[in-house]
Design a protein around this ligand. Structure first.
Ligand SMILES: C[S@@+](CC[C@H](N)C(=O)[O-])C[C@H]1O[C@@H](n2cnc3c(N)ncnc32)[C@H](O)[C@@H]1O
Length: 228
């Protein structure tokens, strides 16, 4: 069996983040996606949905609102404990796995919906390999909402860049210092999804200028499907 990548630094960074900022509200783009693609909340009760990298669980609450019993998986045990507390406090059911989703989810598990907001916390090759695993986790006809960090983001060059373009951010990136990121544009992201075998249904560009418009955040968001 091949050695698994060392993700302990990612787990430490994001575990601390999940405890520092317990967000209550879901990502509005996921709300729009669900409203269009999964509007029938009663029917959703028969479907299986997961968030990969669920953090403190804010999007699990949304999946629960939409009728699913969500599965949450996170590399960080601290994040999973926070998410478990958030779901329990809201009186909602959820299934949790701790660890890298690539290995922590049972080999034969299949989902009708996967939400994955952060494939970019990786190397370029790691991200491609992870999408191959995501393809296997989707049931035929299953759908994914995902997004990529665009190089127009304000901190895209603030760190040490490796040969594959992934970057370990330094203190100039403020709260992101120490995190591993890869920034790719929408065309590269779309090729990656299609090369994985997914059919892209929708692609959007999202911009947010934070901190008195000094910090520009840019993402490409994708809605995609595993062919039935
Ligand atoms: C940017 S945070 C987003 C958290 C949450 N989805 C949200 O929107 O609030 C990314 C999360 O992904 C987790 N993560 C990173 N790589 C992972 C992996 N390979 N498997 C599972 N979780 C991972 C991190 O621990 C972190 O909690």
């Amino acid at each position: 069996m091949s050695a698994q990548p060392d993700r302990s630094g990612i787990a430490r960074f994001w575990g601390a983040e999940a405890s520092r900022a317990v967000l209550s509200y879901p990502d509005e783009n996921i709300v729009r996606f669900l409203a269009v693609r999964f509007p029938d909340r009663a029917a959703n009760a028969d479907l299986r949905a997961a968030e990969l990298g669920c953090g403190n669980g804010r999007n699990l609450l949304l999946l629960s609102d939409y009728g699913f019993e969500p599965h949450g998986v996170d590399l960080s045990a601290e994040a999973v404990e926070t998410a478990r507390g958030v779901m329990e406090a809201a009186g909602r059911g959820a299934v949790f796995n701790t660890g890298a989703f690539q290995e922590a989810l049972p080999e034969d598990m299949r989902f009708d919906l996967i939400v994955w907001d952060s494939p970019y916390l990786d190397t370029r090759a790691g991200m491609a390999a992870s999408f191959a695993r995501v393809f296997g986790l989707l049931a035929p006809g299953g759908q994914i909402w995902t997004r990529f960090r665009h190089p127009d983001s304000w901190f895209a060059e603030l760190g040490e860049t490796a040969a594959d373009g992934s970057i370990t951010l330094d203190e100039r990136a403020k709260g992101y210092a120490g995190a591993l990121y890869i920034f790719i544009d929408g065309d590269e992201a779309e090729r990656l999804l299609e090369d994985t075998g997914l059919t892209v249904v929708n692609r959007e560009r999202v911009e947010l200028w934070k901190n008195r418009e000094a910090e520009r955040h840019v993402w490409n968001t994708f809605w995609a499907m595993r062919p039935a």
